[in-house]
Design a protein around this ligand. Structure first.
Ligand code: PNS
Length: 166
């Protein structure tokens, strides 16, 4: 008898991927057999990076992680999890404020689709817990040094993107 594969979804906006996200992906890849990083496509919001840019950036950064794959998704994450046969969602928690935002979402995701996906929270490493994509976008727009916050690949894309803007 073969054991059932433990599949998890790590959903997020990843606009852009930060060092905190990357750390969580690497740690999540050690907990599950397959980790699907799911990039939210929200038609109501104009993202900083396009869906394709975000997916491509993440795929490049995780290419040495055989258990990790990346895809875009729209709609509800609970539906995506059911479609993939994933029983877990992975989310990082940096602070009490994060948890306040995360708990209603975790309970809702559990109720939205039978048999009920479980959310697994990992604490952000303290040295990365101050990082947010919002902060990164702000620093990028003003031409600040992004190296503490994102990988060199992400920093390069962001710098090019900002230079190319009117
Ligand atoms: O990186 P973020 O912006 O904190 O991620 C938020 C995300 C994408 C996990 C959340 O907004 C989400 O799951 N959106 C999809 C719609 C959904 O399923 N919402 C939760 C049910 S209440």
């Amino acid at each position: 008898m073969t054991a059932e594969k433990r599949i998890a979804v790590y959903p997020g906006s990843f606009d852009p991927l930060t060092r905190g996200h990357l750390d969580l992906i690497r740690r999540g890849a050690r907990l599950f057999d397959r980790l699907v990083v799911a990039v939210l496509v929200n038609p109501e919001k104009e993202p900083f990076l396009s869906e394709a840019e975000r997916v491509e950036l993440i795929a490049r950064e995780v290419r040495s992680e055989p258990r990790v794959e990346v895809r875009a998704f729209g709609g509800l994450v609970a539906h995506l999890a059911a479609e993939l046969g994933a029983r877990w969602l992975l989310r990082g928690v940096r602070s009490a404020a994060d948890l306040e935002f995360e708990l209603p979402m975790a309970h809702s995701n559990h109720l939205l689709k039978e048999p009920g996906v479980e959310t697994v929270f990992l604490p952000a490493r303290p040295e990365l817990a101050f990082i947010s994509s919002r902060l990164v976008r702000e620093i990028a727009r003003s031409g600040g040094d992004l190296r503490p916050f994102v990988t060199p690949g992400v920093a390069k894309l962001l710098a090019g993107k900002v230079r190319g803007r009117p």
